[in-house]
Design a protein around this ligand. Sequence first.
Ligand SMILES: Nc1ncnc2c1ncn2[C@@H]1O[C@H](COP(=O)(O)OP(=O)(O)OP(=O)(O)O)[C@@H](O)[C@H]1O
Ligand SMILES: [Mg+2]
Length: 298
Amino acid sequence: MSEPILEMTDVSKRYRTAGFGRGRGGFLAVDGVSLHVGRGEALGLVGESGSGKSTLARMANGLVVPTSGTVRTDGRDVARLGRRGLRRLRRNVAMVFQDPLASLNPRQTVRQTLENVFRAHGETTSTAELVALLESVGLGAHYLERYPHEASGGQLQRVAVARALALKPDLIIADEPTSALDVSVRAQILNLLADLQRDQGISFLHVSHDLAVIRLYSDRVAVMQRGRVVETGPSEEIFRSPQHPCTRALVEATPEAELPARPAGALRGADRACHDRDHDSPNDHPVVSRPEAGATEY
Ligand SMILES: Nc1ncnc2c1ncn2[C@@H]1O[C@H](COP(=O)(O)OP(=O)(O)OP(=O)(O)O)[C@@H](O)[C@H]1O
Ligand SMILES: [Mg+2]
């Protein structure tokens, strides 16, 4: 198997917290996580709120610096990258965030937003190229001259995906890319991401609360609880036979529905089961890791 696009080894992140509340030495948001994303693969990262998913995702492209451990992207140790190396990393690893409206500048048209991505990397672009970029995310050329307030949430998330695609990344990190959107457009965005994985060979690290989404759109799953990965494996297998209590609770709370059109709060029970700090310490249960069929587990 070729080198993974992303490989994290024993990575931890301790946030320095001001004042009182979380004990001395800050708060350990990610605690000794090892995982990888293979080339062309979509890895889903699920877990309760506050389990460290976004922190982990941000360490993958250098937005958050790990306290310890190694992050290798495209075979290079992120901690050893100089300025030019970091720029190249940002080209190779693009991000799509939860709230497209918040992630786009309200004073810039879509054209300006996209042109800025090229400019930031010392490149020029043409209208034809921008139109092709919009078309690749299912938007017509007329969106180029629109401002964010002139488009819907789903259309804006397509723009955010176009922005992520502009520099032809190898890996896209999507952190809850549909949870701010209407249920009716969620599937469209998820299908768009799945098409990009299939047609352009882009790898994905897809963060979601929602195991139903991960099941449909990820090849493999990593389940996080309180800063640790407690279970990994192929999506279908995790669904068929979840081993860790946290995973089991998530699976039991996930409806069989084709799409994430579940009523709000349906996962509340799972959140409780994963969240209960009085018992069920992650240390009480072994980490469950399944090798992929026919592949080497990193
Ligand atoms: N900059 C920061 N400073 C201090 N603590 C932080 C910081 N960012 C996150 N945390 C804390 O680290 C923990 C993990 O946060 P993180 O955002 O990674 O979780 P998450 O799994 O993405 O949660 P959610 O599902 O709600 O998005 C949380 O307890 C959070 O309060
Ligand atoms: Mg998060």
